[in-house]
Structures are given as structure tokens and as C-alpha cells.
Write a protein that binds this ligand. Structure first.
Ligand SMILES: [Zn+2]
Length: 491
């Protein structure tokens, strides 16, 4: 493949994204610990209607072997000084879609920035499989031999990243203090009656992810000027770099800076590390405390935190942004921290921690049904304060009522208008809806539902139908009028 033929340069898309708004051996496809439940990825199978009967397997059928999760092996050489990186990527992929695939669709987010992504090579099972095509962040990879259900293949890619200067609406790229690598490698998007890859919008996140396993090695081009790395998984030091293993996650991200200060705590076998810049010791400690308490609180309510680490990274951008095992928080919240528990810094740290369940474990189509993770993450803030600071009803005023929210909870990112109206509808009205459900069905049923929903949909991509189907198993209360008043598509 010629280098130029794939360096499709697109106009920069400015997004107003926001969420709160060896030792270990390498991973291999035969590692039994990587096998997922064969029913584990509902997005790749037809949705079961809420009134439908469970599918009973034909006893004459031969049991099918389980489908392995995708495995991403990424070897990156980071040149911090020039804001660039050379990457070798290998993806093991087994077809769990139930249909024959003539091609694969990958999301290549760096291609949304002009001149950022340069593809140097792409092979399928070690062979040239024809000319892939780019359209924005969508890379279509044709297959010489269509992939049958249960069949597997390996894609290898070599590419360079020339990082853009990050703006206040993005964490991706470089700023004067750090480099942030999020959605930095091509990944195969989920499939459910078609590939799920929506275009970017002015508000919200547009990507949907299957769960996968990651084996990531980052070496530094110039080890004489070392940088500290914050990542989605615990670091194993290797010569001139770092190695990471992350299993059963949506995405692997990391951040690099020569200036990071760190403070850590380990609780319930989870090591939480706050990465911050000098002068922000006090707010960084508050973030660490909030995230620690949030992990303990949410592990009790939703189910055990799934990873062995959580990294929290200070960054000069707008708001907060969640990823598996790592989230970013706006430097503004550190600067304005007033040592109060009811502050943007603490509240948003709790919100982003909640996304480890509502995004990380329970996935969703963030473009079309953002309420599934954002309403739950917002309401999780209320649960945090309720469980940790009795009699702090002021959260509702601070976070919700002061904005007099309106709008439909099931607003998608393309109808959000602007961030405030979008957040008011999806996050704040969403939290009000969940509170109203709780009052109708009672605490016992509500909390049983939350844990059931979290555990049942863990590792899958949930839909509104899944949400209400599972809710319906915990209460027979009629909430149709409530749904009609909060949801545009309430039938
Ligand atoms: Zn959020």
C-alpha cells in the first residue's frame, strides 16, 4: 500500500465532547482466560423483545465453542518532543456477528485531524487484502475471503501519528504540559444489523465499543528525557518504556508528561493514582479521596470494580472524560476547588468514576442512546453523596435544579442543540427520571434492579429495551405515564 494512498486528509472536526457533562506473557487467542461467554455480546445478536421467550437451544445442536474477545496488541514508540508516535498494531478478531462478513469496519479517530494519521501498511492474515477505503474516521477493510461466523483473522497495521494541539474541547493531542492518547488506534466497531459507527456531533460522544483485551507496549524515542505515563492499566517497567495488560475493556488510553506528580492509594485491591501538576496537591488529594470512596460505594451498589487500577489525570480542557481505568478532569476544577465536598471537582470525579460501570462495564451506543450511561453516571453522583454524606440534599440544587432542566431524556447527540440543553435533557432530566422511578418502585426493588442491570449487561452493549426489560423484572408498578413524560419515544 502506498503511504499516500491512505493519508486521506480531512478537515479538522471541532467537537464539543464532554462526558459529565509479561512477567506477564503476551495475550494469545488460546488463552482460556480470554474466552467470553458466548452470549456475552448482545450487540452482535438480534435483540430479544421484552415480551419474547428465552431462546431454547436445540438439543440436537452440537455446542459451539465460545467466541474469543478481540485482542489488540499495540507497540508504540513515543517521541514526546515532536508529539509523534510510530505504532505497530495487531488485532485478533473472531466473527461473533452471526453473519458472513465481506469486509470489516474500523474507527480511526486520529483521521479526523488533518495530517495526524498516516497509514504505512495494512495486512489481513499476513496478506494484502485489497485497497481499504477511508471516509472520515471510517476505514473499510475488504476481505479477500469473507469471514464466516465463528471464523477468525488477524489484521496488522503500521501507522504514524502526528498529534494535533489539543483544544479545550478535546483531550486528544498535545498541550504545553502533556500528551493525551485517547482513541488513538484503529479498532473494529461493534456489529448489530450493520456496523455501529456514527459520525461526530457538536455535543456528546459518538463511539460505541465492544469489549476487548489489550497488550500495549510504549517505548520512548528519547529515554534521556523521560516522561511519566498514566494509563488504563498498571504499569510494568521495561527497558526504555512500559508494558500494560488490560482485559475485558472498551478502550486503552494513556497520557504522558515529564511534569506529572502522583499520589496513590490502594483499597480493596484497586490502586488509584491521581496524576497532577505541581501546585495542585490539595485538589489532587481531594480527587483521590473522592474516587476511592466512589469505587467502594459503587462496588457495593453496582458490583465489583472490574480492574486493578484507576488513573485520574488533570488536563487543561473542558469538563471531564471517561475511559476504562482512566479519566481526565478539567484543570479548571482543580483551580477553583474550594475544599467543599459539594464542588465541581469532587462531583465530577465521582461522575467519571461511575462511568467505570456505566460505559466501561455496561456499554451503550453513546451517540443514539447517551442517557444510558450519562443519566446513570449523574444519578450515581446523588447515590455517592447520599451514602457518604448524610443529609446533603443540596446536591439536587447544586447539580440539577439550579439549571431548571427540560428536554427529553432520550435525546441523541445530533439533537442536543448545545451542550447545556443536551446535558439538561440527557443528564439532569435523566437523573430526575431515575429518582422518580425509585420513588415509585421503592428502594429495595430499585437497588436490586441497579445491581442486576449492571451485572447482567456487563461486557455487553445495552439498549433502552434492555434497561426497561430488566427493570420490569424487579417491579410490576405501572410507570408508563412516567416514561411518557420523560421519553420522546416512549412506546
Ligand atoms: Zn459523563
Amino acid at each position: 500500500m502506498s503511504r499516500r494512498s491512505f493519508s486521506t486528509i480531512l478537515a479538522i472536526v471541532f467537537l464539543l465532547t464532554s462526558c459529565s457533562g509479561v512477567g506477564l506473557s503476551g495475550l494469545t487467542s488460546t488463552d482460556p482466560t480470554l474466552r467470553s461467554n458466548p452470549d456475552g455480546l448482545t450487540t452482535q445478536k438480534p435483540f430479544i423483545a421484552s415480551t419474547g421467550s428465552p431462546i431454547t437451544p436445540d438439543s440436537s445442536q452440537v455446542p459451539q465453542p465460545p467466541i474469543a474477545r478481540p485482542i489488540y496488541t499495540l507497540n508504540a514508540i513515543l517521541d514526546y518532543a515532536t508529539h509523534s508516535m510510530a505504532v505497530d498494531e495487531t488485532i485478533f478478531f473472531q466473527n461473533d456477528t452471526g453473519v458472513i462478513l465481506p469486509d470489516l469496519v474500523m474507527a480511526v479517530e486520529p483521521n479526523l485531524w488533518a495530517g495526524c494519521f498516516v497509514l504505512r501498511g495494512l495486512l489481513v492474515n499476513g496478506q494484502d487484502s485489497g485497497k481499504p477505503s477511508f471516509m472520515g474516521d471510517r476505514l473499510v477493510v475488504p476481505l479477500v475471503n469473507s469471514l464466516v461466523p465463528g471464523g477468525s483473522l488477524t489484521i496488522s497495521l503500521q501507522f504514524d501519528l502526528h498529534l494535533p494541539a489539543a483544544d479545550i474541547h478535546h483531550v486528544f493531542g498535545f498541550n504545553t504540559r502533556q500528551i493525551n492518547l485517547v482513541d488513538w488506534y484503529p479498532f473494529i466497531v461493534p456489529y448489530s444489523n450493520g456496523w455501529i459507527l456514527h459520525p461526530p456531533a457538536n455535543v456528546g460522544e459518538h463511539l460505541t465499543y465492544d469489549v476487548a483485551d489489550f497488550d500495549v507496549t510504549v517505548t520512548q524515542q528519547d529515554p534521556s528525557t523521560p516522561v511519566v505515563l498514566a494509563a488504563s492499566a498498571p504499569e510494568e517497567k521495561i527497558a526504555d518504556g512500559s508494558h500494560y495488560i488490560l482485559k475485558n475493556a472498551r478502550t486503552f488510553v494513556f497520557s504522558a508528561s515529564p511534569s506529572y506528580q502522583t499520589v496513590s492509594i490502594t483499597t480493596a485491591d484497586v490502586t488509584i493514582t491521581s496524576y497532577y501538576f505541581r501546585g495542585n496537591e490539595t485538589p489532587s488529594g481531594a480527587v483521590l479521596d473522592a474516587a476511592t470512596r466512589a469505587i467502594n460505594t459503587f462496588s457495593d451498589i453496582f458490583g465489583t470494580y472490574p480492574h486493578s487500577s484507576l488513573s485520574i489525570v488533570e488536563s487543561p480542557f473542558f469538563d471531564g472524560m471517561e475511559y476504562d481505568g482512566l479519566f481526565f478532569l478539567s484543570q479548571d476544577y482543580y483551580k477553583t476547588y474550594d475544599r467543599k465536598l459539594l464542588s465541581n471537582l469532587v462531583d465530577l470525579a465521582v461522575h467519571e468514576t461511575a462511568h467505570q460501570w456505566w460505559f466501561g462495564q455496561v456499554g451503550n451506543d453513546q451517540a443514539m442512546e447517551p442517557w444510558l450511561d450519562e443519566a446513570l453516571a449523574t444519578y450515581s453522583e446523588e447515590l455517592f453523596y447520599e451514602k457518604n454524606i448524610p443529609n446533603i440534599s443540596a446536591w439536587w440544587v447544586f447539580r440539577v435544579e439550579s439549571f431548571s432542566p427540560s428536554g427529553w431524556v432520550d435525546t441523541d447527540i445530533y439533537n442536543g442543540i448545545n451542550f447545556r440543553t443536551y446535558a439538561n435533557a440527557v443528564y439532569l432530566r435523566g437523573a430526575q427520571f431515575l429518582e422518580a422511578v425509585r420513588k415509585i418502585i421503592g428502594d429495595e426493588a430499585f437497588f436490586a434492579f441497579l445491581k442486576d442491570y449492571s451485572v447482567t449487561m456487563s461486557g455487553k452493549i445495552s439498549t433502552s429495551k434492555d434497561f426497561f426489560r430488566i427493570l420490569g423484572t424487579h417491579s410490576k408498578a405501572n410507570i408508563s405515564n412516567l416514561i411518557s413524560s420523560y421519553f420522546q419515544h416512549s412506546k
